[in-house]
Design a protein around this ligand. Sequence first.
Ligand SMILES: [Zn+2]
Length: 196
Amino acid sequence: MDEPPAPDGAEVTDAADLPGARDGFERLWTPHRMAYVRGEKPSSDRGEGCPFCAAPQRSDSEGLIVHRGQHCYVVLNLFPYNPGHMLVCPYRHVPLYLDLDDGETAEFTALTKAALRAVQQASDPAGVNIGMNQGEVAGAGVAVHLHQHIVPRWGGDMNFLPIIAQTKALPMLLEDVRQQLVEAWPEPPSSAGPAC
Ligand SMILES: [Zn+2]
């Protein structure tokens, strides 16, 4: 399953053989990292083969991890709608927001807000879509493991969900986006810290 990374300057890589949540888009970019294991399918109740259980087990760079908390973490979407498309996930393999305990819920919210601050600092989007799709019928690509989308938006990009077009140009490599967000990630709040 180990394949050499695409050489720099490669023009177009078809993502059709990558696992994950498909959204009908082809993407024009030059991926140089394989963030998720080839062939994994999120089918098990125990999290076997689940990309959101697998990602935190990798290095930050290989797993596209932006931030690790105690109960939840933030990862770049391998199939982003826009550059900086992050996912907030509990480490625990649960499908529903209602499955989170109090500690997970609090950190899920805190990391969502931190991610919003980071993306604001990193790329100053004109808007942001935030949301969870629970269940495949609701549009969840990996319904077995809860994740909250944070999608930065700019004027002239496409509509969030009802997108019909099949190709989307992504101007930044995932690792570059990840580094930018890590550098922009806010400091933990302190009583003496400046208000954000
Ligand atoms: Zn999982």
